[in-house]
Write a protein that binds this ligand. Sequence first.
Ligand code: 6PG
Length: 237
Amino acid sequence: MNVIVSSSKESLAEEFAYQLKEMSDTGEKIHVALSGGSTPKAIFDYIAEELGEDILWDNINFYWGDERCVPPTDSESNYKMTVDHLLSKIDMPEENIFRVIGENDPEEEAIRYSQVLEEELPIVNGIPQFDLVMLGLGDDGHTVSIFPYNIKLWDAKENCVVAVHPDSGQKRVTITGKVVNNAKSVAFLVTGANKAEKVHEIVMLEGDYEKYPASLVKPESEDLTWFLDQDAAKLLG
Ligand SMILES: O=C(O)[C@H](O)[C@@H](O)[C@H](O)[C@H](O)COP(=O)(O)O
């Protein structure tokens, strides 16, 4: 496990963008699962505006680790967030973008997206393998859309399942633990003092860490990096 603490969101974005650039420079097609929520917004803005020319977007396919079951025009849509902050500002071919169709029936879409991953990604250990899975961390220790109250979803046998947000009841399609932990590389991007306690418990294996789905992120490759700003890292000492 690597922990990279950046002094600002911009330098965190630079660190993450450098990883994307390195991967895109190989000339091979790389498959990246993006996270949603609000943390990526500033990171995507910075990457698009400052580093967008340096990355070979033709060599990257984008997928989502989870998506809310809403239309792509909805303010809740992770796809819309990514379009607004990244895709609308870079030159990535449409055919490289594999959105979860949030407006579909959730159960049917979980099956469809599982099949998309089987078709588009290399299969390793019988499981679709991402080159990189980007993850966020919820205040409650969730990641992708697997929440503590339903942590057993992490071990589902499917590639993708339907999850329900514990507060809003919003349905979401999410990849499961077997896909996350089969990735070549996994990167948590976490900012803000409100995440510091969970980061500390999970990274240091303290407190109630075992109740948090994020603590189950243990890629077979052992290539796991926490990209943190100083606020999120402040309890790591
Ligand atoms: O669809 C989502 O919301 C996510 O992918 C989710 O796992 C997110 O990464 C965390 O909830 C952190 O969200 P924030 O970045 O908004 O704090």
